[in-house]
Write a protein that binds this ligand. Structure first.
Ligand code: ADP
Ligand code: MG
Length: 729
């Protein structure tokens, strides 16, 4: 009988690198050709309409119907000229995926001629219904309609004959049902508040926007092997599998030469991404075998997030063509690194300045320090919310494990800036400073090096690291939408800057000198926020103890971490800036809890099935062959000889029985626990129950299965092993 594992291995080995037939022209010649970008707008729109729409986009103003109509017909003409037959509103619902509902341009007309139609009203708003997407109770059936509305700030693009128009997605009652709606709100808020603060230093700054450069990590697995692993197909991660003799210990994968099959995939993917105007730039092997990273040049946050979602979809499509499957799961394989999505975040101004980049004069550096210190304070105040926002069942496996930041949020700023903050703390006086003292301070901050020594001064273990001109939020999971992390970073900084400005205004009203007041307020913030700064090894045991002393939270699992999502301070923060109503926040919290419970539920079911119909039958089969062997030996050997010669067989027979008894018992108990879990009504309580009562069985069962994997005849084992899945040649 053929073993399906060997069939899959054979098939995988027959997969050769595809010939990638791509345009050999310079990238600049085809970059963005599938995007309705500025160039396309100029070409397809009358001058006055082009001007009006560009200005509206820049100033985030509403677009009039007349203009929308003209943009729609230009988009249609452009898309049809490129072979598009359909259009769709493209949005980012709360299940973390992208949603599309395609309609054909063509519609039959009354005189039986078919015409291509698409007007402003269809561009501006649609009612895709989409009632099966998660809403956390925001949509009762009688008002189940969901609306999508055009986001003109993110350009439309063509994907496989379909014009995709980025939109927001809201309910009939106006509640946000997606990641984009609240993000756009935070972009406006941070613009307003940060511009206000910038005005204290530089009158020419009239617009501030957040920038995001994400780094996407992922694993590739051969398609045939993937399909021979029901756990990968159903849950995106391996629920069992003994560690291979060689993992990542030789560190030979990281930055290594990219295997030809993988290169072919990357080459084709990059070609498609460039045509879509996605500035992908960096590609390399990551630490774990079969793990890779992709990073673009950073962009304005809204566009960067759309691009990340688009990249995830695009990579998946192209990977399949190359007979790969992409795993975006945070921990697809135990024992080797998991995958994250580092979010490099900063703020930029209309004047081309990066607000987190030290300048070369005391004035620009005071501006830098103002943002820098306020950011530290904001993270300190809302570290629990930052932990909550990255919480997911998948990320729980990663945080605190191999090379991933721990579940404790802290900030690394490097020795040079630590010194600058210490200086400020020491030298700023409570009383009025003498002119000499002031000059000295200014001289000192003028000395902040513009290019902060980066690599030598780098801490890769920190969940939030300052890397010279941006903060890198590393705790975000590889499968996550960057939106929630960006929403929180923008909101907490906006809140903090607002308070800073109010405190400063008060001090100045009392007659305090502006610079002096800024110095003093920043010094107070530095003192207050110190516990969040940590320069040491975040992976160490000592840090866990130290962090506890400092009063920092260490929420190791999602249901616990999620509590901060609906805490008083979170509700206050979002309500103050009209980002989320309490109802919207609670809906999101519920969806996350539900998702957590469902993920563990599915994993538990899959593992139960695999144990029952793959593992135990295979173990018994092998045990039978041993039993036959023992019986035979008994027949032909003397009692004394038998005892000696059948020892190994008897030992394995016993071990197999031990393990299958344990597996059977654990699976039964796990099912009982699931039954208890499934009748719990509140989503948070159900999630917590799944976490504490069901999840532990996954590890227990796996332990025994993995022991069996190394006991049982390799020829009989039905599931591809780690060593077979993890080393693409
Ligand atoms: P590393 O892997 O060492 O962290 P990478 O070069 O892979 O570094 O990634 C750095 C990321 O940071 C890139 O996506 C880059 O575009 C982004 N980045 C650089 N400057 C900024 C900025 N001002 N704002 C946001 N992201 C930035
Ligand atoms: Mg990085």
């Amino acid at each position: 009988m053929s073993n399906r594992r060997f069939t899959a291995i054979k098939e995988a080995l027959s997969h050769l690198p595809l010939d990638v037939n791509i345009n050999k022209a310079k990238v600049s010649e085809y970059y963005g050709i599938n995007v309705f970008n500025d160039r396309a707008m100029r070409e397809y729109l009358p001058d006055d309409v082009y001007k009006s729409i560009s200005q509206n986009i820049e100033k985030s103003k509403t677009i009039e119907n007349r203009v929308a109509d003209q943009v729609a017909s230009a988009m249609r003409a452009w898309a049809i000229s490129k072979g598009a037959t359909h259009y769709t509103h493209w949005f980012l619902p709360l299940n973390g995926a992208t949603a599309e509902k395609h309609d054909a341009f063509y519609s039959p007309s009354s005189d039986n001629r078919n015409i291509e139609q698409f007007d402003g009203s269809k561009l501006a708003q649609q009612e895709p219904d989409a009632s099966s997407l998660p809403s956390g109770g925001l949509r009762n059936t009688f008002e189940a309609r969901g609306y999508s509305a055009w986001d003109p700030s993110s350009p439309a693009f063509i994907l496989e004959n379909t014009l995709c128009i980025p939109t927001i997605f809201v309910s009939y009652t106006g509640d946000a049902l997606d990641f984009k709606t609240p993000l756009l709100k935070t972009l406006n808020v941070i613009d307003e508040v940060a511009t206000d603060v910038c005005q204290l230093f530089d009158r020419s700054i009239t617009h501030v926007f957040s920038t995001l450069g994400w780094e996407q990590e992922y694993f590739l697995v051969d398609d045939a092997l993937y399909h021979a692993r029901p756990d990968l197909v159903m849950t995106g991660r391996t629920l069992l599998g003994h560690a291979p003799a060689k993992g990542q210990q030789l560190e030979d994968h990281y930055f290594g030469a990219i295997a030809p099959r993988v290169r072919a995939f990357m080459t084709e993917f990059e070609f498609e991404a460039w045509k879509l105007g996605i500035p992908v730039k960096t590609r390399h092997n990551e630490v774990a075998p079969n793990q890779f990273e992709l990073a673009p040049v950073y962009e304005e946050a809204n566009i960067a997030i759309d691009h990340n979602q688009l990249v995830m979809v695009l990579m998946e499509k192209i990977a399949r063509k190359h007979r790969f499957r992409i795993l975006y799961h945070e921990k697809p394989f135990a024992g080797v690194n998991g995958s994250g999505k580092h979010n490099n975040w900063s703020l930029a101004t209309n004047t081309g300045k990066n607000l987190l980049s030290p300048g070369h004069t005391p004035k620009t550096n005071l501006l830098f320090l103002t943002f820098f210190v306020n950011f530290i304070k904001a993270v300190y105040r809302h570290s629990d919310l930052l932990r909550a926002v990255i919480a997911s069942a998948g990320n729980d496996h990663r945080l605190g494990a191999n090379e991933a930041p721990p579940a404790i949020i802290s900030i690394f700023i490097g020795s040079q800036l630590t010194k600058v903050l210490e200086d400020l703390e020491k030298k700023v006086k409570d009383r009025k400073m003498t002119p000499d003292e002031k000059t000295e301070l200014k001289l000192n901050i003028g000395k902040i090096p513009q290019i902060i020594l980066d690599n030598t001064d780098r801490n890769r273990t920190s969940p939030m690291a300052f890397t010279g001109n941006k903060f890198e939020f590393r705790a975000v999971g590889s499968s996550a939408n960057c939106g929630p992390a960006m929403i929180v970073l923008n909101s907490i900084l906006a809140e903090q800057l607002g308070e800073f400005k109010a405190t400063l205004d008060k001090a100045m009203e009392k007659g305090e000198d502006k610079d002096e007041a800024i110095f003093r307020i920043l010094r107070d913030y530095i003192i207050e926020s110190k516990p969040i700064l940590f320069e040491g090894n975040n992976y160490s045991e000592e840090w866990v103890i130290e962090a506890e002393k400092r009063g920092l939270s260490n929420n190791k699992n999602t249901p616990d971490a999620l509590k901060a999502y609906v805490s008083k301070s979170t509700k206050k923060l979002f309500a103050k800036h009209n980002i989320f109503t309490e109802k919207e926040l609670e809906a999101r919290w519920e969806i996350r809890n539900e998702n957590y419970a469902k993920v563990i539920q599915i994993e538990s079911r899959v593992l139960g099935d695999l144990a029952g119909n793959h593992i135990i039958p295979t173990a018994i089969k092998y045990q039978n062959t041993l039993v036959e062997n023992v019986k035979g030996l008994k027949e032909i050997l003397s009692a004394e000889q038998f005892e000696k010669q059948a020892e190994v067989q008897n030992h394995i027979i016993g071990k197999i029985s031990e393990h299958i008894i344990e597996i059977r018992k654990d699976v039964k108990d796990m099912i009982e626990k699931r039954k208890e879990a499934n009748v719990i009504e509140e989503a948070d309580k159900m999630a917590l129950f799944y976490c504490n009562e069901v999840k532990p069985y996954l590890d227990k069962i796996r332990y025994h299965v993995d022991k069996l994997e190394i006991l049982i005849d390799d020829e009989m084992w039905t599931l591809p092993k780690y060593r077979e899945m993890l080393f693409i040649k």
